[in-house]
Design a protein around this ligand. Structure first.
Ligand code: MG
Ligand code: MG
Length: 259
């Protein structure tokens, strides 16, 4: 069931979303060659603590997971697409990192992700990340009242495919509100004009995931959480929580630009 939020509730979600934006910025600012993924998690935890927010990731255990998620961020490096568990792994020159973070504040949840490089970037990684961001922008632009979920999916998928990238099937965006994952599902590829009709007050997370090698294959790592590309190529993942509103899509997890 899709729950429509009041404008007051969307304002409250925006507060949760701002915390997510700050936590992602903190994790990104902490990231450097030699820094461990656990240190990125600690940087995000500090923001949640300061703001009085809790983590919808920490202890999260969906049916597929062998253990509850142990951190407040997912940190997915290079061929890891999403759901990477922060470990003692220390970032190396040229790594591509995707950080996904959530926050719960006042009973409302925000969910957002960024991808970036550490040290000297590979040009191919910059193109991959840039395309992921363009796909996210296109998906958000399609999230207008009267459109359907398939229009968002089509907008995302078109940007990814035209650039020659793969899309992992079976994972994508979602409704969001009091819980992190609500109806409807928002796939990263689809047919325009199909699916749930968008209405004022819907809150959704839009999250393109791109595979650099161009094929869609992926598999679960032995930790039972991390999804990796089958071909070993690198992946990017970016996400915003947005509200569909009569005035147009409103991003609830915006963050300060980082150089
Ligand atoms: Mg997320
Ligand atoms: Mg999400």
């Amino acid at each position: 069931m899709v729950e429509l939020k009041t404008d007051t509730s969307i304002d409250a979600m925006h507060e949760a979303g701002r915390v997510v934006g700050r936590a992602l910025t903190a994790a990104r600012e902490a990231a450097d060659v030699g820094v461990s993924l656990l240190e990125l998690d600690e940087a995000a935890r500090a923001v949640l603590r300061e703001t009085g927010a809790s983590s919808p990731f920490l202890g999260y255990r969906p049916s597929f997971a062998p253990v509850p998620f142990p951190a407040v961020i997912c940190a997915s490096v290079n061929d890891a697409i999403v759901h990477g568990i922060p470990t003692t792994y220390r970032l190396r020159d040229g790594d591509l990192v995707s950080v996904d973070c959530g926050a719960e504040l006042g009973g409302w949840v925000g969910d957002s992700a960024i991808s970036f490089t550490v040290g000297e970037p590979r040009p191919a990684d910059l193109r991959l990340i840039g395309t992921a961001e363009r796909a996210l922008t296109a998906g958000i632009a399609a999230a207008v009242v009267g459109n359907r979920v398939g229009d968002i999916a089509h907008a995302i998928g078109t940007v990814c495919r035209e650039a020659g990238y793969g899309i992992p099937q079976g994972f994508g965006g979602h409704g969001i509100g009091r819980r992190m994952h609500e109806d409807p599902g928002v796939p990263n590829e689809g047919r325009p004009g199909r699916g749930f009709r968008l209405r004022h007050g819907m809150a959704i997370a839009i999250e393109p995931m791109l595979i650099g090698g161009g094929r869609d294959g992926y598999h679960e790592a032995p930790d039972g959480w991390t999804l990796r590309t089958d071909d070993g190529s690198r992946a990017a993942h970016v996400e915003h929580t947005i509200a569909v509103m009569d005035a147009g899509p409103r991003i609830l997890t915006e963050r300060d630009p980082v150089n």
